[in-house]
Design a protein around this ligand. Structure first.
Ligand SMILES: [Cu+2]
Length: 334
């Protein structure tokens, strides 16, 4: 089928070329004025910044996975010539040793795509399809494309996607995208809030009688981050500094409670609040991380919610009645 179409097109282009040649040779016969040299035009360039996927583009599909939510991207589009453009993408806060797939996905009518996506699931290699090797910091990858600067920043309709290297690549599930936004366009400010809280080792800050007793090194510290998501939910993230390699830390929110009403007189509910924070963190000898999404709003978690932030000691049996087994104990988001 395709070959049949090719021939007339080919014939047409030959016709066009020969017509051009004829016209060209006609012109040569005329007296031509001395051409004035055109000044080299200033090459254009633009920079676009992309936040982490907190649901800015698809509110129901904020990133949900193990990657830290401090990854951001910057795209630079630079005119190289009339029909060549260089696109460079820098990822900030990459994970060392992980390979990031960075793609342009053409926008498409979801009524016409196999899985109802508003984009073509196959990335457009003529615009941007690159892999970046994470190094723990910033990495940059570039692609020079045969399109004009204006066609990239004004005409091309597509999505800029950074896929998560920590889970199986999916081109359907937008919650696996670390970053998603319109390609080479200025992104609207999201105004999504976040707050980070720091916790030292449990030396009895809440109550001197609760000070940790055990063999864990006391240089362990924790940060708790609450990130507002576009659909009104929140991402609750925890980093443990100086974690012990090979140990698994249970990290919980325990709702505050009246000790008169709890079975063992604890000032908190012994069952962690799984809707806020009930995760385990695999110690790695340095800073270890995990997170979960809570249905509670950012405002509720940071202003109204009363709970304790607890990191249980992995070196002894979990005991929810004995706070001296807690390596970190503080007021949640306090
Ligand atoms: Cu707990």
């Amino acid at each position: 089928m395709k070959k049949q179409f090719f021939k007339p097109v080919y014939a047409l282009s030959i016709l066009a070329v020969s017509t051009g040649l004829i016209l060209g040779s006609c012109k040569k016969d005329e007296e031509e004025p001395e051409p004035t040299p055109e000044p080299t035009p200033e090459m254009q360039s633009s920079t676009y910044n992309y936040e982490f996927n907190n649901g800015q583009v698809v509110a129901s599909a904020a990133y949900d996975g193990m990657h830290m939510d401090n990854l951001t991207a910057m795209m630079e589009v630079e005119e190289v010539s009339a029909n060549e453009t260089m696109i460079s993408v820098t990822l900030m806060n990459t994970v060392d040793g992980e390979t990031y797939m960075i793609h342009a996905h053409d926008a498409a009518d979801p009524a016409n795509t196999p899985n109802g996506t508003p984009y073509d699931e196959t990335p457009n290699g003529n615009v941007f399809t690159q892999m970046a090797n994470g190094n723990g910091g910033d990495v940059t990858v570039s692609q020079t494309v045969s399109m004009s600067y204006s066609s990239i920043v004004n005409d091309y309709e597509g999505f800029f996607v950074v896929h998560d290297p920590l889970q199986t690549l999916s081109t359907v599930d937008i919650s696996t995208y670390l970053i998603v936004g319109s390609f080479a366009r200025t992104q609207a400010a999201s105004n999504l809030s976040s707050m980070t809280y720091n916790y030292d080792f449990n030396t009895g800050q809440i109550d001197p009688s609760y000070a940790y007793s055990g063999s864990h090194a006391t240089d362990l510290g924790a940060t708790l981050k609450v990130q507002e998501l576009a659909d009104g939910t929140s991402r609750v993230s925890v980093s443990l500094m100086n974690s012990i390699n090979g140990e698994t830390y249970m990290v919980h929110a325990h709702d505050q409670a009246d000790p008169m009403t709890t079975p063992n007189g604890t000032p908190y509910d012994e069952t962690p609040n799984a809707d806020v924070l009930a995760i385990s963190i695999d110690g790695n000898g340095m800073t270890a991380y995990n997170n979960q999404i809570s249905t509670m709003s950012y405002a509720d978690l940071t202003s109204n919610y009363s709970a304790f932030f607890v990191v249980h000691d992995p070196l002894q049996a979990i005991d929810t009645t004995d706070p001296t087994t807690y390596v970190v104990l503080g007021v949640f988001a306090g």
